[in-house]
Design a protein around this ligand. Structure first.
Ligand code: TRP
Length: 457
């Protein structure tokens, strides 16, 4: 266990770090959020925007966050305090801590559904699933049960707390190493079944043939938010993870690995979802329940479907767990580093807080009609949290981080830090250009447009 008086924990190995960072990045964001946001924003054209943002904004911000973390060896708030003492920049760290707790609260609700679907599949609920309508009914019934939703939220927060209590190398790293490759194989199997279903072609066209009229600034804002969410950027998770990283690692290479695998998994998840979705005659803009409705219909049409299905939801739960761990680690590292709390106390209090904040999200999918469709806003509480925290707050965070490193701390200092210990900073001039000009300007344009057109959701 790490306590304030002991030496700060470090990743056990380079592979361990990449897997933990990839574990943070790869999660429900790829398999649950990416397909439904793509479905709502027009398909292939959105995928194109998404990939562009991963490369020109995601990667540079990833390198920026890792650099800030490794240089300071502090939590998100402490990192800004160290590089810009007695300035308002620490507020960026505070925003990150608050965003982390907030995202965790609703993310764990969805993760809880995944656990629930594991048990449902195991129990054979989907063995004879013939129509999309049955799948929709099963889902609607399941998520509107308040006891199940809150119970599973609790279970998931508890699991996260237990791992984070163990500290970074023994807890997080060990978990991240083992199960990701297996998830990948299952994802490929489901994809193969999905693309060979009769009627899959329409889905492939929707997903792969861009309709350029769908490229709007509104869609760009969603694509950027999704890229940041999926890469775990904009709230200091990568600052915190970078702070446990040894000076020897090459951050650009590490960042490229993480971004590559994260994007690969998201793309495959779409390839798994849309052919089956169109084959079943479902609406691609169906929203957050999309994947939970579609996936069972795929393995209902597979030999050994219950087995693969249960395996899939189990591994998806694990992928979600390696992500919730990083969400909880951000506020915990802050309290341990800055407030000198013990890791145990920080974990207990932050997980209790996230659980409490998660309750309205858990009840916003049919259990409470008010929370499910908030008057005057029209969306449910979970959807609202997902867009405000999981989109705008991360985008704002990414803007502030790029301005901080580009203009306050400075490109020169950041590059020098990365070249310490004999590392080569590949494409450093490209990075400097992207982080100083492209990131802030693109993000500001998107914000101005959204506020101008009041196109918030
Ligand atoms: N990236 C994770 C996913 O795709 C979610 C996540 C974990 C996250 N840590 C984060 C998102 C930090 C933003 C910031 O599922």
């Amino acid at each position: 266990m790490t306590s304030a008086s002991q030496e700060r924990d470090k990743w056990g190995s380079k592979v361990g770090f990449i897997l933990a960072a990839a574990g943070s990045a790869i999660g429900l964001g790829n398999i649950w959020r990416f397909p439904y946001v793509t479905g709502q924003n027009g398909g292939a054209a959105f995928v194109l925007l998404y990939i562009i943002f991963v490369v020109v904004i995601g990667l540079p911000v990833m390198v920026a966050e890792l650099t800030i973390g490794r240089t300071t060896e502090r939590d998100t708030v402490g990192a800004f305090a160290k590089l810009a003492p007695k300035s308002l920049w620490t507020l960026v760290g505070m925003l990150g801590v608050a965003t982390g707790v907030g995202i965790l609260s609703y993310y764990a609700v969805i993760a809880g559904w995944t656990v629930g679907y594991f048990f449902k599949t195991l129990g054979g609920s989907f063995s004879h699933l013939m129509t999309a309508e049955t799948s929709v009914n099963i889902f609607t019934h399941f998520v509107s049960n308040p006891a199940a939703a809150i119970g599973l939220l609790f279970v998931f927060i508890l699991l996260t707390a237990l791992v984070v209590m163990g500290g970074v190398s023994s807890g997080i790293e060990r978990w991240a190493k083992i199960l990701m490759p297996v998830l990948f194989v299952l994802l490929i199997l489901l994809t193969l079944r999905s693309v060979t279903l009769p009627g899959a072609g329409k889905g492939l066209a929707f997903y792969l043939k861009p309709d350029f009229s769908k490229i709007t600034i509104g869609a760009a804002g969603k694509a950027l938010g999704q890229a940041l969410f999926s890469l775990s950027l904009g709230m200091g998770a990568m600052i915190t993870y970078g702070s446990y990283l040894s000076k020897k690692e090459n951050l650009v290479i590490a960042g490229c690995y993480v971004a590559f695998f994260d994007t690969l998994i998201a793309i495959i998840a779409g390839l798994m979802t849309f052919p089956a979705l169109f084959a079943m005659g479902l609406d691609p803009a169906g929203g957050p329940g999309l994947v939970f409705v579609v996936i069972p219909t795929i393995f209902a049409k597979m030999p050994g479907g219950d087995f693969f299905g249960a395996g899939f939801f189990l591994l998806l739960s694990v992928a979600a767990l390696t992500s919730t761990i990083s969400l909880l680690e951000v506020p915990v590292a802050y309290l341990v580093d800055e407030w000198k709390w013990t890791r145990k106390k920080a974990v207990l209090i932050m997980s209790a807080l996230s659980f409490t904040l998660g309750i309205p999200s858990a009840l916003s999918n049919g259990a409470s009609s008010w929370l499910s469709k908030i008057p005057g806003i029209g969306t449910g509480f979970l959807d609202l949290a997902n867009i405000v925290l999981g989109n705008y707050s991360l985008t704002l965070g990414a803007l502030l981080i790029s301005v901080f490193i580009g203009y306050k701390w400075g490109i020169k200092a950041a590059i020098a830090q990365n070249e310490k210990g004999g590392n080569t900073f590949y494409f450093k001039n490209v990075w400097a250009f992207l982080i100083r000009f492209v990131c802030p300007i693109a993000i500001m344009l998107i914000f101005v447009y959204i506020i101008w057109t009041k196109n918030y959701f």
